[in-house]
Design a protein around this ligand. Structure first.
Ligand SMILES: Nc1ncnc2c1ncn2[C@@H]1O[C@H](COP(=O)(O)OP(=O)(O)OP(=O)(O)O)[C@@H](O)[C@H]1O
Ligand SMILES: [Mg+2]
Length: 268
């Protein structure tokens, strides 16, 4: 792993009115690594990602991307940094009025000024990477939940990002579909050699996709370690998170979630 992190979050605080969403988050993403951010609903995961990509401004603290502090950058500089990122938003966030192909083409048109045959070929290539060849003329309404997440990933990798951010990539999918997305995250990582942050509350997804894991609890990082350490730690927040029995934590609807953290870890 490289010495300098690709993304560094330092002492990040953010409130909305009386609600303190982030209360001093420190976190590092290293080159080529997949960092999973786990945590219960409402603990601040999405807000954290939005700061990393510069969509929200900190009340206090800083975000440093490839050595550059985002605060104090001009809008043009921020736009340039944002192109290093691909983001798969929670719920896919596709444009329903556009075809699948136009959704994937959007960043290429906007940021690279691409059009015509070259654009269509590249869109098809990106769709093929996520296992969806030949569907570019369909509309999002014609796709399953898992297919929508794949299209969102194809759009996120359109500009060959250095860093990919995934917000709840498996939420709302059945276990088979969720597993396909987990595998896609891993294979995309290998093919693009990107660094990734995967936000999830799904423990199995965390173990399958992650190198490092951070557990967020009430706006703070309560645990940071490897997926192996997640299994063995006595950290109270981790034990509580597992014991609380998020159905998704076992990969099975209604599961107890109360086993060893990474019992179904493919590397165990
Ligand atoms: N734009 C906003 N305006 C006001 N409050 C917000 C805003 N965005 C987030 N919050 C609040 O900040 C807290 C953290 O929200 P966040 O969306 O980061 O949670 P999360 O961990 O992503 O949850 P989930 O797992 O349900 O997606 C919540 O209390 C939420 O209501
Ligand atoms: Mg969220």
């Amino acid at each position: 792993m490289a010495a300098r992190p690709v993304v560094e979050v330092r002492g990040l605080w953010k409130s909305f009115g009386d609600k303190e969403a982030l209360r001093g988050v420190d976190l590092k993403l290293h080159d080529g690594e997949t960092l999973v951010v786990l945590g219960p609903s409402g603990c601040g995961k999405s807000v954290l990602l939005k700061h990393v990509i510069g969509l929200m401004e900190p009340d206090r603290g800083s975000i440093i991307v490839e050595g550059r502090d985002l605060s104090g950058l001009s809008q043009a500089e921020l736009n340039e940094i944002r192109q290093k990122f691909g983001m798969v938003f929670q719920g896919a966030a596709l444009f329903d009025s556009m075809t699948v192909g136009d959704n994937v083409a959007l960043p290429l048109r906007e940021h690279r000024g691409m059009k015509g045959e070259r654009l269509s070929a590249l869109v098809e290539e990106k769709l093929e990477l996520v296992g969806l060849k030949g569907i570019s003329s369909l509309r999002p309404a014609e796709l399953s939940g898992g297919m929508k997440k794949r299209v969102a990933l194809a759009r996120a990798i359109a500009l060959d990002p250095d860093i990919i951010l995934y917000d709840e990539p498996t939420t709302g999918l059945d276990p088979v579909m969720a597993e396909q997305i987990n595998e896609l995250i891993r294979s995309t990582q290998r093919k693009l050699n990107a660094s990734s942050i995967v936000v999830t509350h799904d423990l199995h997804s965390a173990c399958f996709t992650g190198d490092m894991v951070a557990l967020m609890d009430e706006g703070r990082i309560a645990f940071y370690g490897t997926t192996d350490e997640l299994t063995t730690t006595e950290n109270e927040a981790v034990r509580n998170f597992i014991a609380r029995g998020h159905p998704a934590a076992t990969g099975a609807p209604g599961g107890s979630g109360a086993g060893p953290a990474c019992a179904d870890d493919p590397f165990a």
